[in-house]
Ligand binder design. Sequence first.
Ligand SMILES: [Zn+2]
Length: 62
Amino acid sequence: MNKPAIVNCPTCDTKFEWTEAFPFRPFCTDRCKQIDFGDWATERFSIAGEPCLDPSKLGEEE
Ligand SMILES: [Zn+2]
């Protein structure tokens, strides 16, 4: 008989069995999956944000 592997959820570090009982693996629950994806998306957006030139600052050298 094969024993299911025990894995740790990357989000909450809960140990659970790698079986059909956990369809959201490698996360223990759908919630943990959403949390991890949210972190990833937030990081992406923060990198994308660059300050724009402020039009009111142009022409001040005159
Ligand atoms: Zn979890």
